[in-house]
Design a binder for this molecule. Structure first.
Ligand SMILES: CC(C)(COP(=O)(O)OP(=O)(O)OC[C@H]1O[C@@H](n2cnc3c(N)ncnc32)[C@H](O)[C@@H]1OP(=O)(O)O)[C@@H](O)C(=O)NCCC(=O)NCCS
Length: 162
């Protein structure tokens, strides 16, 4: 058990090395430092970082959006900080911030065997919309496409279009 989330902040340069290290340790097709750094200058990107009390990176979520559609690119929590609500806090904060960019719908892909992530997304109200057969490599595996419709500012769900 380590310190809880101190704050959730937009990704900054000082986070990049830690994020790249978590990417390399967690994913079969990790983002490298240069790709992550480029997101700082990408107007479509919104990446959030959960910092611990010492300013260290506990976890992060990366997204890109275009008009009403956002894609979650990655979400990851340091192994020693898992099961303490870090990913849920990051995802909820992202959902609070994306509507200011006009986003109404969030889509993501997840390995079909990734039960922790699928449970996280289901808890937050994402539903499976389809499957991309053999989408992932190392190992080859299907991707579940999951999606969530955000609420409008008046609290009503945005009419579903797909
Ligand atoms: C998936 C991941 C981001 C979850 O992060 P986390 O901070 O541990 O998740 P949280 O503590 O916020 O959990 C929130 C909910 O997710 C689900 N969940 C998280 N980890 C779980 C696990 N190991 N088993 C089952 N459900 C899990 C639960 O529903 C949990 O709610 P609960 O605590 O009320 O049961 C983390 O395991 C991780 O970084 N995995 C490696 C990278 C990865 O696979 N990312 C997803 C790519 S699509």
């Amino acid at each position: 058990m380590i310190a809880p989330v101190q704050q959730i902040v937009p990704m900054q340069r000082r986070h990049i090395a830690a994020i790249a290290a978590l990417e390399a340790a967690s994913f079969s097709a990790p983002w490298d430092e240069a790709s992550i750094r480029a997101e700082l200058d990408n107007p479509l990107a919104l990446w959030l970082v959960a910092e611990g009390a010492d300013g260290g990176v506990l976890g992060y979520v990366g997204s890109q959006s275009c008009f009403e559609d956002a894609d979650i690119l990655n979400v990851c929590v340091a192994p020693e900080a898992r099961r303490q609500g870090v990913a849920e806090a990051l995802m909820r904060e992202l959902e609070l911030q994306l509507p200011a960019k006009g986003v109404e719908k969030i889509t993501l892909e997840v390995r079909s065997s990734n039960t922790p992530a699928i449970r996280l997304y289901e808890k937050l109200g994402y539903a499976q919309m389809g499957v991309r057969r053999g989408y992932y490599e190392k190992p080859r595996e299907d991707a579940w496409i999951m999606q969530k419709q955000l609420k409008r500012q008046d609290g009503q769900p945005v009419p579903y279009e797909f």
